[in-house]
Ligand binder design. Structure first.
Ligand code: RI2
Length: 319
């Protein structure tokens, strides 16, 4: 039994050494696959019990990225339906392989569809470091359609440095700005394109803190706000009214470990915020581009969440 893969993966995700909703999901799927292959379970019940414990450990690492529980559910669904130990072991391996393969393919398809939304000679703003959003911008650049990208710094973890490196490596002209300068430069921008950590059934978008302010500025300036989102980022249980937990992270991320704050000063460090659907113009997925109002139909018709799904009881939380 290789519990090391579980503890290392859990630590990598919770510490953000592995970050980005898509990467988190693929990493968790691979860890479950590797852990399952290391188990020397003698019975099906024993195997399922160990795998569900592993799922709970990984699920608790980043509470907001819905891609994580959705990936775990995708990997585990075959295990729970298996009738023999060998069938469960094979289902785990195959479902994990399928999720990782389909996740990479989804980002590539989203790049194509996002690039189609980008006009010639476009100036784009993006926030945080989203593989899906950056893939679309780079795909449009390869088609000669991108003049410049405004990329934000993304306090406090500064994921913006990852974004400017990726865009620069692709040969794109980048203007690097602090988060609070977004409204000042919005008039120069044609579109805003971001990624997401979760999409609620009403089309609200959960993404890196600061996204909702940028969406508000885009709305004020009448600039399209586009979200690049693999369908495994839609949150089925928000149909039941469940809320997406917003992860709050440490004060040290904001002020460092040396600074001592004056008395009565508390650091508040939410890692995500929620952009209402009214400020989202388009959600680009691997199955097409939709208005936010279409979110419940993607959950029902593409992810297969009908009433009977919600009535099933799973031993680990998922959306
Ligand atoms: P992809 C990231 O969260 C950002 O919020 C980013 O927009 C989102 O995940 C989606 O990223 P964090 O892990 O899946 O940096 O598109 O906290 O790469």
């Amino acid at each position: 039994m290789n519990t090391m893969v579980l503890t290392k993966t859990a630590d990598d995700i919770s510490s953000m050494r592995v970050r980005g909703a898509g990467r988190i999901a693929r990493t968790a799927a691979a860890a479950l696959q590797e852990y399952g292959a290391s188990l020397d379970s003698k019975t099906l019940a024993e195997f399922i019990t160990e795998m569900e414990k592993a799922a709970v450990i990984l699920r608790g690492t980043r509470p907001t990225a819905v891609s994580l529980p959705n990936a775990i559910r995708h990997v585990m669904r075959g295990v729970q339906k298996a009738e023999t130990l060998v069938e469960a072991q094979r289902a785990l391996h195959d479902c994990a392989t399928e999720f990782i393969r389909d996740s990479h393919a989804a980002v590539d398809k989203i790049a194509d569809i996002t690039a189609r939304q980008i006009p010639d000679d476009a100036v784009i703003m993006t926030h945080c470091n989203s593989q899906a959003a950056i893939a679309g911008i780079i795909r449009a650049h390869e088609q000669g359609k991108v003049r410049e990208v405004y990329a934000t710094e993304v306090r406090p973890r500064n994921q913006g440095y990852l974004t400017i490196q990726a865009l620069s490596d692709a040969g794109i002209s980048v203007s690097f700005i602090v988060d609070s300068a977004a409204r000042m430069f919005m008039p120069k921008v044609d579109q805003v394109i971001t990624g997401t950590d979760a999409i609620m059934s009403n089309g609200a978008v959960v993404n890196k803190i600061g996204t909702s302010q940028i969406a508000l500025c885009a709305h004020e300036a009448r600039k399209p706000f586009i979200v690049a989102a693999e369908t495994y980022k839609f949150a089925p249980r928000t149909i039941l009214g469940e809320r997406i937990p917003i992860e709050w992270r440490s004060a040290e991320e904001v002020i460092g470990s040396e600074r001592v704050l004056p008395a009565n000063v508390t650091v508040k460090n939410p890692a995500f915020d929620v952009t209402p659907p009214a400020y989202v113009d388009l959600i680009v997925t691997e199955i097409g581009a939709f208005a936010p109002s279409y979110a419940p139909f993607i959950i029902r018709d593409h992810l297969g969440w009908n009433i009977s799904e919600f009535q099933k009881d799973y031993t680990y939380s998922y959306y």
